[in-house]
Design a protein around this ligand. Structure first.
Ligand SMILES: [Zn+2]
Length: 362
């Protein structure tokens, strides 16, 4: 593993210039897809084992649960591939050249992975007007969201739960955040408890979302709130837009959730007594994605001169596709509000209240 990382370090800047090249190299060339990748046997949301092939993107297969419409990368990467994915060029460059400049200067663009209006509504819901409390943000990277919580709720004790060494360093130095680098089992063994545990754009990345939710819910005080934000993969995404939706980024996004199946997943743990769903952003579905066009585009990774992800055309559209896309794009501005209202918005949040402890210590 060390040899591979060293090799990536020296070749990385030269060899990987785009997101799709990075995914191809880490999954197909070095990750040996699908050799050693793990088949999903049970739906984490409803427990059924009725998976059907949904679509492929970048040669990576996605399955759909016929029972609840949960969509996932199937087979999913083994641990050694996961490790390389999250230490590769994409994450390293995103942290250094995209997130960090935004944290230093909000004028460049939003440092948050969901609209700030939605995050503010979630912070208000989480604090519930209380002056003080303990808040843990899980997998929060450099700490943009944890830092927002600290500013909005100054009396609260906010901690960032993050394991990436470089991210921890930045969160501590730049944002002066309290960072807990231990995993949930260690935090629980230490007897730590929180009023709110949040994860913003994390659940879609984890291999076992049920275990993730259960482990972190165990850190909540009775009646505490688990706040989960994910990209929203709506009914029209599942059945119409499929691979063209920009949230389909295998294998970084392993799970694609809708509002119903995300709530089912949380219900299955039997740890919660109530749920509230919120949404934010523009429409998740766009008419352009009715046509399959993703293979004509790629994304340049940010670098020292570009603190943004630049989408680039890699190939001209064939004429018939070009005509259809031009026609659909005319309809996008006048239909997006309609799709946001009827099908759903781009960001999905769910607040789940931890059950009160049962009497007699059960
Ligand atoms: Zn299911």
């Amino acid at each position: 593993m060390e040899t591979r990382n060293e090799r990536d370090g020296s070749l990385g800047q030269e060899s990987t210039k785009t997101l799709f090249q990075e995914i191809h190299r880490l999954c197909h060339v070095e990750g040996l897809y699908p050799l050693g990748w793990i088949e999903r046997t049970e739906c984490p949301c409803c427990g059924a084992s009725r998976f059907q092939e949904a679509f492929k993107k970048l040669g990576i297969r996605h399955s759909r649960c016929a029972e609840c419409d949960y969509v996932c990368v199937d087979p999913y990467p083994p641990p050694q591939v996961m490790e390389v994915l999250y230490s590769g060029d994409y994450y390293t460059r995103m942290r250094e050249f995209y997130e960090l400049p935004r944290l230093r200067d909000q004028g460049i663009g939003s440092a948050y992975s969901a609209p700030v209006e939605l995050l503010d509504a979630l912070i208000a819901k989480g604090t519930g007007g209380r002056e003080s409390g303990a808040w843990l943000d899980v997998g929060g990277g450099l700490g943009a969201f944890a830092s927002l919580v600290s500013r909005r709720a100054p009396g609260w004790n906010v901690s960032l739960n993050e394991m990436n060494v470089k991210s921890i360093e930045i969160a501590r130095d730049l944002l002066k955040l309290d960072v807990l680098p231990e995993d949930s089992a260690v935090l629980r063994a230490e007897g730590r408890e929180f009023d709110v545990v949040s994860s913003i754009a994390v659940l879609e990345h984890v291999v076992d979302p049920v275990a993730f939710v259960s482990d972190y819910a165990a850190l909540l005080k009775p009646g505490g709130l688990l706040i989960t934000v994910v990209p929203h993969f709506t009914r029209l995404n599942v059945h119409v837009s499929k691979a063209s939706n920009s949230n389909v980024v295998p294998p970084f996004h392993l799970s694609l959730f809708g509002a119903d199946n995300l709530e089912r997943l949380l219900r299955r743990t039997e740890l919660f007594s109530g749920f509230e769903t919120m949404q934010g952003g523009g429409a998740s579905f766009t008419l352009i994605d009715h046509a399959e066009h993703w293979m004509y585009w790629d994304s340049l990774l940010p670098d020292a001169d570009h603190a943004e992800i630049r989408t680039v055309r890699t190939e001209e559209y064939p004429l018939p596709l070009n005509i259809v896309l031009n026609a659909l794009s005319l309809a996008v501005p006048v239909t997006s509000e309609y799709f946001a209202a009827t099908d759903g918005m781009a960001h999905l949040a769910i607040c789940a209240t931890r059950k009160n402890v049962t009497p007699f210590g059960k």
